[in-house]
Write a protein that binds this ligand. Structure first.
Ligand SMILES: Cc1ncc(COP(=O)(O)O)c(C=O)c1O
Length: 446
């Protein structure tokens, strides 16, 4: 029996024994296509020889040097690269070991900024319902994933909450996408006023909602209006691009497509592509200049920040993405993938919505397309589809609670950027088969 506290303490997992390109092989020799990149992580697929070589070379030079004593060339080079490609106003990098750590650091940076600049009364964050920012206590608090938060709610900081941008369900009849964006911006404005415009530190949002709702992009103008509202009240904007960033949507940063910059941006997953646990906060010059003028430090730190091998992996991954023109490939193949998904599933009686950008797509399942009624959560449709997909050698990322943390099911797809079109076709075929038999088994049982 395993001594590991796995995610589920019931059942057992296959053992992954090897991986290559877009596949992972288990101990019984079964091969799985990694159509979700794990959880939108493996952007270059598995065992990319150049990333492995860069990591090996770094291990031979220096594997670890505590950041209280040293910096390393590789970490400095990674920071230079990230800043050269960052959105306007972003000038500094804080390297951590994952997404939750990045979010925690961003929250603390935002708070410290107001202490440094003489506004210590700012103490409240605003997040959106149906969002996910990580599982550590601060990140869990700003996140609006009700299922993940529920039992821990009594020990989480209070956070103001506004609606997500969820066009499929929330845009009203007769309301244009732009009017819907405007309505949501007005809601944010009202929430800031309700909490006290001099008390709010920052608004935190995923530019494209990931695991909680299944690749939900914003409506036109939404983030531009969010930026204006934040600026009007002196509130910072933290963009959580841990899942949707680093090329996943066809541009290095998802916000690039919205035409605005955040004050702080969190990145992880695709930064190191799964080769090492690495994440980062990209911080605006405005914030770090305030620290420099004030205390001269960011009061934070972990043992493994700026890890040399993590930096080597991330640097190699980012150089390959650039050299091989993979962002253009994500754009073109992402459009191809979207068409293929719609062709295979667009008329399926239990598919309500197919949405996404780049190689980041979500399929929302409904019992009734006309009313958008979700399946009974007790049926655990998302778990059934996951099992059906795994049986067919397909890793995808089905989740429940799409609508409110309890109701709704979706499947998230995030194939590696290197996937060939024939492989994308195979993913669609296996997913369609898994959805057909997952939903058919429910109907048979009914
Ligand atoms: C948007 C977002 N933020 C933060 C996190 C937390 O990242 P990690 O699991 O690396 O701590 C995730 C993880 O899925 C995420 O999707």
């Amino acid at each position: 029996m395993t001594k590991i506290i796995h995610r589920s303490l019931r059942g057992s997992l296959p053992f992954a024994v090897s991986a290559k390109g877009i596949t992972i092989t288990d101990r019984d020799g079964k091969v799985y296509i990694d159509a979700s990149g794990g959880a939108a992580v493996s952007c270059l697929g598995h065992q990319h020889p150049e990333v492995l070589a860069a990591m090996h070379a770094q291990i031979d030079r220096v594997a670890y040097a505590h950041t209280g004593f040293f910096t390393t060339e590789v970490a400095e080079e990674l920071a230079e690269t990230l800043i050269a490609d960052a959105l306007p106003g972003i000038g500094h990098v804080y390297l951590v070991s994952g997404g939750s750590e990045a979010v925690e650091a961003a929250l603390k940076m935002a708070r410290q900024y107001f202490v440094e600049t003489g506004e210590p009364d700012r103490s409240v964050f605003i997040g959106r319902r149906q969002s996910y920012h990580g599982n550590t206590l601060g990140a869990l608090a700003v996140g609006g994933n009700e299922w993940r938060r529920k039992q821990f709610a009594p020990i989480l900081i209070d956070v103001g909450r506004v609606s997500p941008c969820y066009e499929y369900r929330d845009r009203r009849e007769g309301e244009s996408p732009e009017q819907y964006s405007e309505r949501l911006a007005t809601e944010l404005d009202a929430k800031i006023l309700e909490l006290g415009s001099k008390r709010v530190i920052a608004f935190v949002a995923e530019p494209i909602v990931g695991a909680t709702m299944g690749a939900v992009p914003p409506t036109p103008g939404y983030f531009r209006r969010v930026r204006e509202v934040c600026d009007r009240h002196g509130v910072l904007f933290i963009a959580d691009e841990v899942m949707c960033g680093m090329g996943r949507t066809g541009t290095l940063h998802a916000l690039e497509q919205e035409g605005i910059s955040p004050d702080l941006m969190t990145i992880a997953k695709g930064l190191g592509g799964g080769y090492q646990p690495v994440g980062a906060v990209l911080a605006s010059t405005k914030i770090i200049d305030a620290f420099k003028r004030g205390s001269g430090m960011f009061q934070h730190g972990h043992t493994y920040i700026g890890h040399a091998v993590g930096a080597a992996a991330a640097l190699a991954v980012q150089r390959i993405i650039k050299r091989d023109g993979l962002l253009d490939k994500v754009k073109a193949d992402g459009a191809y993938f979207g068409v293929a998904l719609r062709k295979a599933l667009g008329n399926h009686p239990f598919v309500g919505d197919i949405r996404g950008r780049g190689l980041f797509w979500g399929v929302e399942l409904v019992e009734d397309r006309a009313t958008k009624r979700a399946f009974d959560p007790a049926l655990k449709l998302n778990a059934k589809i996951k099992a059906e997909a795994m049986q067919r050698g397909l890793m995808c990322y089905p989740m429940g609670g799409t609508i409110d943390g309890v109701h709704g099911d979706h499947v998230l797809l995030a194939p590696p950027f290197i996937a060939r079109r024939s492989e994308l076709d195979e993913i669609v075929a296996r997913l369609a088969a898994a959805i057909h038999s997952g939903t058919a088994s429910l109907k048979r049982a009914a």
